[in-house]
Ligand binder design. Structure first.
Ligand code: AMP
Ligand code: ZN
Length: 139
């Protein structure tokens, strides 16, 4: 894909701090980490959305991200890690080549997700969400 920075990384046209690669995916350090070690796992194939990534490749992305999380614990003394994926501009996606963030975490790392907790107005409202989503969910 022309003008995709992550395709250029896959093709070796621009450099990256690579930590893993195989026939399906590539992993490298994020250039502006939330915490040092923060990595991105990307498919070699260009897909704008994770929803169009074939199941075997999506599975590999998740598997490799989990292995990187374990490496954070062993190599960086991390206590845990977060996965994060932005899909769509409103969700914060700025690079239009699907990618999974893996962020090493520790109790003193100074970062907190700004995670709000709404409530459904009623059981009926919650059930309405269940039915609407189920009716369009194709796997
Ligand atoms: P987002 O699309 O919001 O999930 O985030 C894209 C991420 O890609 C950001 O965290 C950027 O810091 C990161 N990023 C952008 N360009 C590069 C690059 N050349 N090498 C490594 N990370 C990058
Ligand atoms: Zn791309």
């Amino acid at each position: 894909m022309d003008n995709c920075i992550f395709c250029k990384i896959v093709e070796g046209k621009i450099p990256c701090a690579k930590i893993y690669e195989d026939e399906l995916v590539l992993a490298f350090l994020d250039i502006s980490p939330i915490c040092k070690g923060h990595a991105l796992v990307i498919p070699r194939e260009h897909h704008q959305s994770i929803s169009s990534v074939p199941e075997n490749i999506a599975g590999r992305i998740t598997h490799v991200a989990g292995r990187i999380g374990i490496a954070f614990k062993r190599a960086l003394d991390a206590d845990g890690f977060n996965f994060h994926l932005s899909d769509g501009a409103c969700a914060g996606q700025v690079v239009w080549h699907a990618h999974m963030h893996v962020v090493p975490r520790g109790p003193e790392d100074g970062f907190r997700w700004n995670w709000r907790q709404l409530k459904y107005d009623s059981d009926a409202e919650r059930n309405d969400f269940v039915e609407k989503i189920k009716s369009k969910l194709k796997t």
